[in-house]
Design a protein. Structure first.
Length: 306
């Protein structure tokens, strides 16, 4: 140990009284021990409570699609053992296009009524659902495996209960919902299209980007990997990545990395001046990009910025 009493004696401090050495060493040992205990305690807290840091569900429905002028139907999707998903089915009469919407980590579907209205206005019927633990969905608190299973159940509902052809379904995810959408699309090659809004490459990368957690062993502590980069090579459908260049919650570079690693056909739309809320801040421009994306059978690889 570098500050041991014997080390001090070897340095030539033979005339230093032992009690003086002890008075120097003891506070150092105590401070080092307290620092190590504090660090270990923080690591334990991050490991134990990370789901509460990642997922921020709220129970109350504050708005419905009716508040934006849309007719809708409450849908309940059974998950077994008394658990079920609550969803909204927002039909678009005459449309052959359906969008399955996976929301982000905060609130519930009622905090996404403007996104639902926006995508409905692009000619889609929309199924928006809450993960278990969010809104009126019933079940244990969310984790990665659970919300992947919830998205799978919502997909099966569209295909088996509503008898919608898989290749007419676009899966769209915002923020952490983008990781959910990528996972679902990587499991179903017959999904028609994929839209990933303001998402990240992996939860590890997203945590490191925050800066404040860099001093901790994230790889050892993280139980919610959301590793989208490991899945995108399996994507076979047209993919559109959308990100605002003023997004300070999830850096734009993540969408650029996802786009670069995704097989063709693919597109990337960078919305100037838009933050994490793409639809509200880049509405008309984003709408035009979506119409092109929907109309092209095989979208060419391109970087769009308007």
């Amino acid at each position: 140990m570098p500050f041991s009493k014997s080390w001090l004696m070897r340095t030539g401090l033979t005339d230093t009284p032992a009690d003086t050495i002890d008075s120097v060493l003891n506070p150092l040992f105590l401070a080092s021990g307290l620092a190590a205990l504090s660090y270990a305690g923080i690591c334990y807290a991050l490991y134990s409570y990370q789901t509460k840091l990642i997922y921020r569900p709220l129970p109350d429905i504050i708005k419905t699609p009716a508040d934006t002028g849309l007719a809708y139907e409450d849908v309940w999707i059974p998950m077994g053992q008394g658990e079920e998903l609550h969803a909204w089915w927002v039909p678009n009469p005459g449309s052959q296009r359906t969008l399955l919407f996976c929301h982000g980590n905060y609130g519930n579907i009622s905090y996404n009524t403007e996104r639902i209205r926006f995508h409905h206005a692009q000619g889609c019927s929309v199924l928006a659902f809450d993960y278990r633990g969010y809104g009126q969905s019933r079940g244990a608190g969310p984790n990665e495996a659970a919300i992947f299973a919830d998205a799978e159940a919502a997909w099966r509902y569209l295909v088996t209960k509503r008898h919608i052809e898989p290749d007419t379904i676009t899966v769209c995810g915002h923020s952490i919902g983008g990781a959910v959408a990528i996972h679902l699309a990587s499991c179903h090659a017959n999904i028609g299209r994929l839209i990933v809004e303001s998402s990240f490459t992996s939860m590890r990368d997203a945590v490191v980007a925050k800066g404040i957690y860099r001093a901790f062993p994230i790889e050892l502590l993280l139980t919610e990997p959301f590793d989208s980069m490991s899945k995108i090579e399996r994507l076979t459908m047209p993919v559109l990545y959308v990100h605002g260049d003023q997004d300070f919650d999830v850096p734009l570079d993540f969408s650029k990395q996802l786009y670069a690693a995704t097989p063709n056909p693919k597109q990337l739309f960078i919305a100037p001046g838009a933050d994490h809320n793409i639809e509200t801040l880049a509405g008309s421009t984003y709408a035009a990009v979506l119409q092109d994306f929907y109309q092209l059978d095989q979208p060419v690889t391109q970087l769009q910025s308007a």
